[in-house]
Design a protein around this ligand. Sequence first.
Ligand SMILES: [Zn+2]
Length: 120
Amino acid sequence: MVADASLSALRERLLQKQRELLNLDETSSDAAKTVELDQSRVGRLSRMDALQGQAMSLELRRRRQAELQRISKALRRMDAGAYGFCESCGLAIAVKRLEFDPAVDLCIDCASDLERGTPG
Ligand SMILES: [Zn+2]
């Protein structure tokens, strides 16, 4: 079980990270718009570059959205009093692991099972 003091520190970190990601998302949608506008007047090669850059920024954006989802899930678990317990086996997640990544939702055992591709 996570102590109240560390819990509020972890919540603060999650909220901070959430703000950062939301800010980045706004900045990068502006960048994506600029690329679209430029395409009308650039040649085929730079158009390819532009498209590649756009695909990359879309991929980064997709990752940010996934991260945002993890964060809001973690915040919801905090509200429900279920924070710090493994989503898969229900056991307490090590506080050190939570401090390393406050949005983590699996204990070390389940996470390494997942990485090995053996569920359970
Ligand atoms: Zn587990």
